[in-house]
Design a protein. Structure first.
Lengths: 354, 354
């Protein structure tokens, strides 16, 4: 008796190992640029998506979140944790995996690691926002916080926006050394800096991507000058911010999904009616992005489910060409859908030595 | 360069094939009885769980839901779809998979198919409720709806509650034939009936588990007599019910998690303040269950996240003993948690022919 799974029951799975191969074969910067294009395309059809705040399970140590969305044809969700104390234990602060499914049948079509993919899509989202918000001709970016996200930001801005110089700073000099080493042959001019003040000097764009789970002041008001674009990545959960409130008050603030950003972003420091602009409206030309050379623009990024959707769809689109996946027998698929029990009993016969 | 995943990155995965083997080696009825014991234990500590309604994505064709919960130490979620039109296409109406994770690190410890496991835990939940609500000495159960859930219900009530006779009815006689055939050597006396009225005659317990996504009247008021226990499984999403409202008005109604049952259960037909009893209070002895021989008790079951938690924990507890799992490389685990980029680049070297 054949108990082999049928094609319906097999879901393509992209492991960490295969995701690394896939990204390397495409190229890290190219993959980010491709995902940025997908994100931008999906932001243009923003109203088509079911949107909801992420569903969190908070604990003293961190948070586990589910981030679902759907465009009516395809459903996605991501599981992601955020545990700041993990790093000291040799664990990742943020790990993730996710899934695509068909809305019409509910059947999964892709299961994937998303720790790496989230790093790519976060950088991709940053360049999509910067395309509309950064000053024209920006060539220098400061990156404060040189942890797991740093190199992806640097490569993304180099590839998509033509950034030539990155000025790195981290409170831990070994993090800066690591990032500088990883970016050595990237084509970027990499400058390791001794302070945040040093790093932001002359920068057209300031990216903050630190990982402390607390209210921190990575940037103080005097460090931000007219015309700069701030790409704020690290303020991404309740109680975690990076910018001094006065910077927010001088900036035009752009966000992904306001109900989520009000809870998690830098703007949790501001009254809940403080004006913000939804980035999708800027991308669709319904609201202005940058309007003057002296304006300070702030992308208060927290990461939103549609960006994971875009990234997963991109991976799915490259699957058959690159053949870097396994097949998981994760959907029970009896010949007669009403006969789940019979399927189990037939498997018993197949399991016994003949 | 070694790009093999470390132990932290590997998550045990129970495929459909391994779940069938696992259930067969334990025995279907035994596995359900074990899971029932776990569910009952977890219901006794109900206040320890984070509880929330499931997170649905509705479409014309069906629904995809995420069901998270946590007891503060372990987190679980289940992905489950419900697509009534799937059966006609040769797909399962309900498929599911799920995950356990450690709350302190956010790292997954088990990924599992749950189509089969949900079938087991649903039957397990039914017998836990019936233990407190069914009339003493119940020996005969009617099962209306002889689809995928039917045999699990029959075996569970036989094993745990001593039911000796099941009276089967389905609008599709081939479904009844299938169930009768599957239960042939179960030790149960199986009676195939020609109508719902015929099936419920003399039954101490009536189980309804039909699958139509609509308001249906599987049981009319005249079919339910004094002293019976109704185990209503199939009314489990908005717009889907099985019982005539008059039956509800004559019954004492017991539910899992009221905010979810008010939306999805039989009681969606009733005003939102209609009195119901939470089953966990009955199990803890804080509220009465069955109090008289003539009382009609109704377990308005919709399935709740803590039951999946209990079932996943049970599977996890049997993993090492039965060795029926694969290991999935689904968590990116660089030696230096801040060096995700470096891990990807080192994998590139390993991927190149030497």
């Amino acid at each position: 008796m054949n108990s082999q799974p049928s094609h319906l029951s097999l879901v393509p799975f992209v492991s960490v190992d295969n995701m690394m191969k896939l990204v390397n074969r495409i190229g890290v910067a190219e993959a980010i640029a491709d995902i940025a294009a997908e994100i931008e395309k999906d932001y243009r059809r923003w109203p088509e998506f079911d949107k909801t705040e992420r569903v969190p399970a908070h604990s003293e140590e961190g948070v586990i979140e589910l981030m679902p969305t759907s465009d009516g044809e395809t459903y996605s969700f991501k599981y992601v944790n955020g545990h700041p104390a993990n790093m000291a234990r040799g664990y990742q602060t943020v790990t993730a995996f996710g899934l695509l499914a068909r809305v019409d049948t509910g059947y999964p079509i892709l299961f994937s690691e998303m720790t790496i993919l989230t790093a790519l899509r976060t950088a991709a989202m940053s360049v999509v926002a910067a395309k509309y918000l950064a000053p024209k001709g920006a060539r220098t970016m400061a990156i404060i916080g040189n942890g797991a996200q740093c190199e992806f930001q640097a490569l993304a801005f180099h590839k998509v926006l033509g950034i030539e110089t990155v000025r790195l700073f981290d409170v831990d000099p070994t993090a800066t050394e690591k990032a500088a080493r990883n970016l050595a042959n990237s084509g970027l001019n990499v400058v390791s800096c001794s302070s945040s003040e040093d790093a932001v000097a002359g920068a057209d764009i300031i990216t903050t991507c630190t990982a402390d789970k607390q209210y921190a002041t990575i940037l103080t008001d005097n460090m931000v000058g007219a015309g700069q674009h701030i790409n704020a990545i690290g303020g991404d959960c309740p109680g975690k911010t990076e910018l001094h409130k006065d910077i927010l008050l001088r900036s035009d603030i752009f966000v992904e999904y306001p109900p989520q950003t009000r809870i998690e972003g830098e703007i949790q420091q501001l009254p809940s009616d403080h004006p913000v602009t939804e980035l999708w409206k800027v991308i669709r030309g319904e609201e202005p992005g940058r309007t003057s050379e002296r304006q300070i623009t702030l992308f208060d990024s927290v990461g939103f489910a549609t960006e994971d959707f875009s990234a997963l769809r991109y991976i799915h689109s490259r699957l058959s060409e690159l053949s870097l996946f396994d097949e998981l027998d994760m959907i029970a698929d009896p010949d007669d859908p009403r006969d789940l029990f019979g399927m189990i009993k037939r498997a018993e016969k197949a399991d016994q030595p003949s």
